[in-house]
Design a binder for this molecule. Structure first.
Ligand SMILES: [Zn+2]
Ligand SMILES: [Zn+2]
Length: 580
């Protein structure tokens, strides 16, 4: 994450004349050692050393910095009063500037109400905030923020400044290579790193190069990892290098024992801190989940209430896609500003749902009006002779006739006797047209199929009696247009079956046959005849039956209503009365 880099740069340049050793500290970090004393933050960038070194002199200077910054950057009221009107209009203070021009104690009070992650982000927004939060004045603010963040414990080791501590807990960048999404953190080693940097920098003692000071292992924090029965101990390489270098430097000098004692204390304390932080981590994650759940619930309730105020019902909110909308389920509480943004989108969802419901209701009402015409359909159907009855359109097609539509389609249509009688003649004419059309289309397909199956040319004309005879042949049987049905029958008997088989309408391609179809039936008939010559399907046919048009025709009898008391399940019957 660039913020820390930017902070580092600025810090170094602004203080160049104060402390030359700072650049050296940066280099030393790279080489695994440092010339700064006592406070070494493994894995943290040079900024940390800069700030820690200047501890004594900082508070006054920082306070001045802050006031200077505010004077330079944000025009104080006095200045703006003296400025001309036009200039004042041209220079409109930005939001952040207004915030920064606030008195320091008020600002500190506001910051104390934040959580650590927000405060960390705030410390990177501008130099004034950074100066304040990196100074000793900021310590109490950080402490308050830690308390607000599931009570982050105090560090007993005292080896990290507050902002470094916050960075260790909440930054998501690798402290070594600055890569984003570095989720591996070791609280004892004070290290957050990407997987590869963690692998390269946290090592076991026996896997590190020789040459380190012999006492370094007692002075550097060690982290324990127990995946199974064994426990592995890891050291952070940069820390080991730094401590070892200091030990060599102090060898035989006065400060040596004090340094060793202090490092041992830090080592013990980091272990205690590590355990405390692991406990906090569990607590924090749990509280985060609870918090998000609470916020989501609150947001949903508030949105529901707002939508109800707009006139939408519980059912509409519940059954529309609003409940699944990402804007409805975000883990962020609803504010007026958020509501203004999301309201149009949620309302659009609900309006879409209302449209669908409206259409469904209209379709349902129309269907009911159509159903009310059923007695008129039945009356017209049964009044016909056998052949005409077969060719009479199924109810689904009947409803689609132009003369029938006005009886039920308009919302104010009344499918009653008066309107039916008025349209009756037109309906009858359309039914006849339907019958002749469906017959013509099927006959032409049938003739083509048979001609192709026999390898003959398709005749241009054929007498009606011949066409009817052709349609009655077993090889002319076709499948019921209902895809779920396996019934076969000849035309037009198949239509009688279709009317009781399904409520759907016929389409142009419903009644279909082809040369392959004709040949297939011939093949099946031949096979059946070979097995059961006595009951041959082609009983009355000659030996050349398969290639001749002399196969017996089959009649299809539709199932009779139960009230007739006739035991007739319907099916194929060989038409024995047919003249050969
Ligand atoms: Zn890395
Ligand atoms: Zn069927």
């Amino acid at each position: 994450m660039p913020p820390r880099k930017a902070v580092t740069k600025r810090k170094v340049t602004s203080n160049d004349d104060h402390d030359d050793s700072r650049d050296g500290a940066g280099d030393a970090y790279a080489s695994g050692a440092s010339d700064s004393d006592e406070v070494f933050a493994p894995g943290l960038s040079t900024v940390k050393r800069t700030t820690s070194k200047k501890k004594g002199a900082r508070p006054k200077r920082r306070a001045a910095d802050v006031s200077e910054d505010s004077e330079d950057d944000f025009a104080p009221p006095k200045k703006s009063k003296t400025a001309s009107k036009s200039r004042r209009k041209a220079r409109k203070p930005k939001k952040l500037e207004l915030f920064q021009s606030m008195p320091l104690d008020v600002l500190a009070l506001i910051m104390s109400a934040l959580d650590t992650k927000t405060l960390l982000a705030m410390s990177r927004t501008c130099s004034a905030f950074r100066s304040l939060l990196h100074s000793s004045q900021g310590t109490s603010v950080w402490k308050a923020a830690r308390y607000n963040t599931a009570r982050i414990p105090d560090l007993t080791a005292g080896d990290l400044e507050e902002w470094m501590y916050a960075s260790l807990l909440f930054d998501r960048t690798c402290h070594v290579c600055q890569k984003a999404r570095a989720d591996t953190v070791d609280y004892v080693l004070r290290a957050r790193a990407c997987a590869s940097c963690m692998r390269n920098n946290s090592k076991q003692k026996n896997k590190m190069s020789l040459g380190y000071h012999s006492q370094v292992w007692d002075c550097a924090p060690e982290s324990h990892w127990s995946p199974g029965f064994e426990t592995y101990t890891f050291f952070w390489v940069p820390t080991v290098a730094f401590v070892s270098r200091r030990l060599y430097e102090l060898k035989g000098k006065d400060g040596f024992d004090a340094f060793v004692a202090e490092r041992k204390r830090i080592k013990e304390a980091t272990t205690v801190d590590g355990q405390q932080l692991r406990n906090w981590d569990v607590r924090f994650r749990a509280s985060k989940i609870t918090y998000e759940w609470d916020v989501k619930t609150s947001r949903r309730q508030k949105i529901d209430a707002k939508l109800k105020d707009l006139g939408y019902t519980d059912n509409e909110i519940h059954y529309s896609s609003v409940k699944q909308h990402s804007l409805y389920n975000q883990p962020r509480d609803l504010t007026d500003r958020i509501w203004t943004t999301i309201e149009p989108k949620l309302v659009a969802e609900l309006e879409g749902y209302r449209d669908i419901v409206r259409q469904r209701e209209q379709a349902k009402a129309m269907k009911a009006r159509g159903e009310a015409l059923r007695p008129y359909y039945d009356g017209m159907h049964t009044a016909l002779g056998a052949e005409a009855r077969s060719l009479f359109p199924p109810f689904g097609n009947w409803l689609h006739l132009e003369s029938v539509k006005p009886l039920y389609e308009p919302e104010d249509a009344k499918p009653d006797d008066v309107s039916y009688q008025a349209a009756r003649a037109d309906i009858k004419a359309e039914c006849d047209k339907f019958a002749s059309q469906i017959q013509t289309v099927f006959w032409s397909r049938l003739v083509k199929a048979h001609s192709e199956a026999d390898g003959q040319e398709v005749p241009k004309a054929m007498p009606v009696s011949q066409l009817k005879a052709l349609a009655q042949r077993i090889t002319s049987a076709i499948n019921c247009p209902n895809e779920c049905c396996s019934t076969f029958a000849t035309f037009p008997s198949i239509l009688d079956h279709f009317k009781v088989c399904t409520l759907s309408a016929l389409t142009d391609t419903s009644l279909y046959t082809s040369a392959a179809h004709v040949k297939a039936i011939r093949h099946v008939v031949a096979a059946v005849d070979a097995i059961e010559p006595e009951r041959a399907l082609a009983k009355s046919a000659t030996s050349a039956a398969l290639n001749s048009p002399d196969l017996p025709s089959l009649l299809y009898t539709p199932p009779q209503p139960a009230s007739d008391g006739v035991d007739n399940p319907g099916g194929f019957i060989v038409n024995e009365s047919e003249e050969k």
